[in-house]
Design a protein around this ligand. Structure first.
Ligand SMILES: Cc1cc2nc3c(=O)[nH]c(=O)nc-3n(C[C@H](O)[C@H](O)[C@H](O)COP(=O)(O)OP(=O)(O)OC[C@H]3O[C@@H](n4cnc5c(N)ncnc54)[C@H](O)[C@@H]3O)c2cc1C
Ligand code: FES
Length: 255
């Protein structure tokens, strides 16, 4: 059930190199119940930028009517978002897309959560919901360097958590796939979100069923403009990342 609301900024802070955590308050939170969904943000009342910006829902607090986003400042849109102060409004369209499915999990499943960089945030709400349903989680979080690391403590509260940095300045040296191999991490299924090369490597190396969350450049965010299409893997046709995804079963689309 997607809606538009001018939500109020409750907090905004830097949590790692160029990474911001922002909480917004409003009624939309009551329909944010599927981890892995995203919001489409209009970050200004002015003209630039005209297009909304897609950001994942990282964490939801229904009692407080707040949700949290964690984002990296990339260009004009995220820069403007990072300047928003508590009390200011952000126009939010959402929640959008299909998130991480949990219905088919057998009871007390063990799930491996694999996140890379700004792919980590949507896995946090997933970890919260999985553990509250009686499943267990192990998280593997990959970053470039020590100063890019965030949310290690938050994930550690929910299950064993491993951090990999490409330059070895913190945690294990290498990629998330190196850590998974070295520690022989596995589970009943996996959920992954991060850069394409990471998703590709995981999809081809993991022998268990899994789900991948994709990122594409977006226009409308609601399935109308076809800006975000990706190809199907084993049949002709395409899927729209914004409305069929962003989460797909591993093997369904070309990553
Ligand atoms: C479903 C989804 C969830 C996302 N969740 C997060 C998140 O939780 N945290 C986070 O930091 N980032 C996330 N992103 C990426 C984020 O949308 C881009 O970093 C952001 O749109 C860049 O906008 P900008 O104006 O700062 O940069 P600019 O470079 O000025 O953007 C120009 C245009 O490119 C688009 N664009 C640029 N990079 C991306 C990208 N990687 N993916 C999609 N569109 C892009 C913008 O929407 C805009 O239309 C997500 C993307 C998608 C598709
Ligand atoms: S962004 Fe318009 S169809 Fe996906």
């Amino acid at each position: 059930m997607k809606k538009v609301e001018a939500m109020t900024v409750v907090s905004q802070r830097t949590i790692a190199n160029n990474i911001y955590e922002c909480s917004l308050k409003g009624d939309l939170v009551s329909v944010m119940n599927e981890p892995g969904q995203f919001v489409h943000l209009k970050v200004t009342d002015g003209i630039e930028p005209t297009l909304r910006r897609p950001i994942s829902i990282c964490s939801v607090d229904t009692n407080e009517r707040t949700f949290t986003m964690v984002y990296r400042v990339e260009g004009i849109g995220t820069k403007k978002l990072s300047h928003k102060l508590p009390g200011e409004r952000v126009n939010v369209l959402g929640p959008l897309g299909h998130g991480f499915p949990m219905e088919e999990l057998k009871s007390e499943s063990h799930c491996l959560l694999v996140g890379g960089g700004i792919g980590v945030p949507p896995l946090y709400e997933l970890a919260k919901q999985l553990t509250s349903k009686g499943h267990s989680v192990t998280a593997v979080l990959g970053f470039r360097s020590k100063e890019d690391v965030f949310y290690e403590r938050e994930f550690s509260r929910l299950g064993p958590t491993f951090v990999a940095t490409e330059d070895g300045s913190y945690g294990e040296m290498g990629f998330v796939t190196d850590v998974i191999g070295a520690k022989q991490l596995t589970g009943d299924c996996y959920y992954a979100c991060g850069p394409r090369p990471m998703l590709k490597a995981i999809e081809s190396n993991m022998p268990i069923p899994g789900f991948l969350s994709l990122e594409e450049r977006m226009g409308c965010g609601i399935g109308a403009c076809l800006a975000c299409v990706c190809d199907m893997k084993n049949e002709a046709g395409y899927r729209k990342v914004c409305s069929d995804g962003p989460v797909f079963k591993a093997g369904e689309v070309v990553v």
